[in-house]
Design a protein around this ligand. Structure first.
Ligand SMILES: Nc1nc2c(ncn2[C@@H]2O[C@H](COP(=O)(O)OP(=O)(O)OP(=O)(O)O)[C@@H](O)[C@H]2O)c(=O)[nH]1
Ligand SMILES: [Mg+2]
Length: 389
């Protein structure tokens, strides 16, 4: 099922959430519906998106909560009616923000709960504070993480520390890098789920994945331009601290791999990247692949990977949880999509791919690993189901 973009909302909560949304809206990531939510009217004013929702009734929180999680939570509860309106008629709600302050940490779990009560699947994408922000913020973020996890279907955790190259990064650049990563991640997922592409996973695949995994993920990111873009993007992804130099892949139970390339992207490049990633996953791990072709990405390749955390435990499906929906909130349309019969086992379809022999792997000798010929397309070797959109 490809989602209508009108039924997906990207919500930024708190100061970091508003800044990340502003980054997205101002850097050409047009298409998603954006809503900024904060206690802080200044942060809202600086976020140039279509919908801005101030939460809380107290006048003295117009500059944020000052790291008061309880006030953040209360503000969201006080504005419950506004949030119900905001999150009604959605299939999927992305919640983006930083944990460690009062608004994001306090309001995000409430917003997630309300969105789920309205029938939406909730994907939370959260940043954790830098170590230099201190132990108090780290502790606060940890408890908020548990609260968000309890109220969301899938949570992607980006520890800010892991996005930087260590002490060399300037503070401003460090936040910007983390925000960019989160923006690209959310936009990549939005595109895969709302726009039919050449190779796509859809909402049903994502929901199956969420059910099978613990619902908590970390992410990796690689981006490169030029002739060797696929090799360099893969290297950047593997060497990045977010995936612990690829270590996180070895412990994963599932991975969602999104690539964005230009019309010049070749099958060899897609396969080279897929092979590089899936060769490091355990044999039992499930993978979803989405490839988007964008005219603006000529000569460029962006790879984003969501990797499930091995320590997560499968959570009950949303239909099985005890939280009742808000009366009258669930549309007939949405209700019927929730009651779909279980999907039959995935079977690989015939893909309409043109094989173009112009990639960087053209003259490369066959690569063997663990008795397998890695030049055989990964989706065939590992029986991964990918759809021709
Ligand atoms: N990635 C990223 N993280 C940020 C950014 N700004 C802040 N953070 C992180 O998010 C955490 C929460 O900060 P804010 O979002 O400003 O706090 P808030 O939710 O508005 O909370 P209060 O201002 O206390 O009400 C911080 O501890 C930072 O680690 C940003 O621009 N990008
Ligand atoms: Mg703030």
């Amino acid at each position: 099922m490809t989602l209508q973009s009108t039924r997906i909302l990207v919500t930024g909560i708190g100061g970091a959430g508003c800044r990340i949304l502003d980054t997205m809206a101002q850097s050409g990531m047009t298409g998603p519906f954006y809503a900024a939510v904060s206690t802080d009217s200044k942060a809202l004013a600086g976020c140039r998106v279509g919908t801005r929702q101030r939460i809380g009734t107290q006048r003295d929180v117009s500059f944020g909560t000052g790291e008061d999680v309880e006030r953040g939570r209360q503000a969201a509860e006080e504005s419950q009616a506004d949030l119900v309106r905001l999150f009604s008629n959605l299939d999927l709600a992305f919640m983006v923000g930083g944990l460690g302050g009062g608004t994001g940490s306090g309001a995000m779990p409430v917003a997630c709960r309300i969105a789920r009560e309205q029938g939406a699947m909730v994907m939370a994408v959260v940043a954790l504070p830098f170590e230099f922000e201190g132990q108090a913020r780290a502790d606060l973020a940890r408890s908020a993480l548990d609260a968000v996890r309890a109220e969301s279907d899938l949570m992607v955790v980006i520890p800010n520390d892991r996005v930087t190259d260590g002490n060399a990064s300037r503070l401003k650049d460090a936040f910007a890098r983390s925000s960019d990563l989160m923006a690209n991640l959310v936009f990549g997922l939005w595109r895969s789920l709302s726009k039919p592409g050449h190779l796509n996973f859809d909402f049903d695949d994502l929901r199956a994945m969420v059910r099978e995994t613990g619902g908590t993920c970390t992410a990796g990111f690689g981006d490169a331009v030029g002739r060797d873009r696929s090799i360099e993007a893969l290297n950047a992804l593997m060497q990045g601290r977010l995936l612990d130099g690829g270590q996180r892949l070895q412990d994963a139970s599932a991975a969602i791999i999104s690539m964005v390339g230009g019309p010049d992207l070749s099958v060899g490049e897609v396969d080279g990247v897929m092979t590089g990633i899936t060769a490091r996953l355990p044999a039992t791990a499930r993978s979803l692949l989405g490839v988007m072709i964008d005219d603006g990405w000529r000569n460029r390749l962006t790879v984003t990977v969501l990797v499930s955390e091995a320590w997560g435990t499968p959570r009950p499906r949303q239909e099985e949880t005890s939280t009742p929906p808000v009366a009258g909130a669930r549309s007939a349309d949405r209700g019927s999509s929730r009651k779909r019969p279980p999907k039959p086992p995935d079977r690989q379809q015939k893909l309409k791919l043109d094989f173009v022999e112009d990639g960087p792997f053209r003259n490369a000798p066959a690569t063997h690993l663990g008795g397998q010929n890695l030049d055989t397309p990964t989706y065939l070797r590992r029986s991964i189901s990918i759809r021709d959109g």
